[in-house]
Design a protein around this ligand. Structure first.
Ligand SMILES: C[S@@+](CC[C@H](N)C(=O)[O-])C[C@H]1O[C@@H](n2cnc3c(N)ncnc32)[C@H](O)[C@@H]1O
Length: 295
């Protein structure tokens, strides 16, 4: 049995980056009046209590969402409105009692003809997710392996797809397997949008993942990373990122403005960010291939 529980980490800086990008992608795919399939290979529980024993044990959210005030980020209004559906965030430092996971965010965006496919292997989180989605005809849940499940759905019936791959990387071989499956998925459905989350615990491992994806000949791919500390050889996650295949044209420019602001709020002394076009062109005007900020 795997031991990872996302409740310990909900709302941390890595979740904030992931969910800001997920919101951008969902805003983009719902611009068109055509149905799409949302696939969440590692869905988690859906919502997380920030005042739970789990969350308070690590209090990771305090160094993540706890550092952000909605009024400093008017460009993130759609993201903040999910955290504060009653609009209380404006002008206040967030005192959140709960934080949404990726399925809750998707649930907000899916229209009646869209479909959500959610995979969660942990029985407790699966049960919570099941309760959250009960009676929602747009959602399909499964307790099977998410990467295998995802593969069986591609290409989606709608021919439009957004796939979030957000593993817990508990087993070292997960890094290899995730990339292998992502490349296969892209072969089956090259026009889909894929967002792969990764933690930076060992920089070399991430560099290897990037090289493998670039080597696979994917045509458009960008990377966005946020770190609270510079790389280290000690144990623990210092940064986290998202690799997006077939990103919306506006994403790079938006993240270019946003990442330094996030660093400023979350870790002004030690924070880092990366913004990189791994393949293809980014939005015009042409931008440098990589920005790195390590203070
Ligand atoms: C990082 S969490 C997901 C968080 C969620 N995507 C979010 O953004 O709110 C990873 C989840 O994947 C689940 N998991 C681990 N291995 C899995 C597998 N092979 N298939 C499906 N889910 C898995 C874990 O139980 C955990 O809940």
């Amino acid at each position: 049995m795997l031991s990872y529980r996302h409740g310990f980490h909900a709302g941390n800086f890595a979740d904030v980056l992931k969910h800001i990008i997920l919101v951008e992608l969902l805003e983009y795919v719902t611009l068109k009046d055509k149905p799409f399939d949302y696939i969440d290979s590692h869905a988690g529980a859906g919502w997380y209590k920030l005042n739970s024993e789990q969350a308070n044990k690590t209090a990771e959210y305090a160094a993540g969402i706890g550092r952000l005030v909605a009024e400093d980020f008017p460009e993130l209004q759609p993201y903040f409105s999910l955290l504060y559906p009653d609009g209380k965030a404006i002008g206040k430092r967030p005192v959140l009692s709960r934080y949404p996971g990726s399925p809750a965010i998707a649930k907000h965006y899916l229209r009646s003809r869209d479909r959500g496919w959610l995979f969660e292997i942990h029985p407790t989180d699966y049960a919570a997710l099941h309760k959250l989605m009960a009676g929602d005809p747009r959602m399909r849940l499964s307790g099977e392996d998410g990467l295998q499940g995802m593969m069986g759905l591609l290409p989606p019936v709608s021919k439009r797809g957004l796939v979030l791959i957000d593993p817990s990387y508990e087993i070292k071989s997960d890094y290899e397997r995730v990339i292998e499956q992502l490349i296969k998925a892209h072969h089956k459905f090259a026009t889909g949008i894929y967002a792969l989350w990764y933690p930076v615990v060992d920089r070399e491992r991430i560099k290897r993942m990037e090289r493998q994806l670039i080597g696979a000949g994917i045509k458009r791919m960008q990377l966005f990373e946020l770190g609270l500390q510079p790389d280290t050889t000690e144990r623990g996650m210092t940064a986290a990122g998202m690799i997006v295949i077939n990103p919306p044209w506006t994403l790079f420019e938006k993240m270019q403005k946003l990442l330094p602001k996030l660093v400023e709020k979350m870790a002004p002394q030690t924070g880092t960010y990366r913004l990189e076009v791994l393949a293809g062109e980014d939005a015009s005007p042409p931008l440098p291939r990589q920005r790195r900020n390590t203070r």
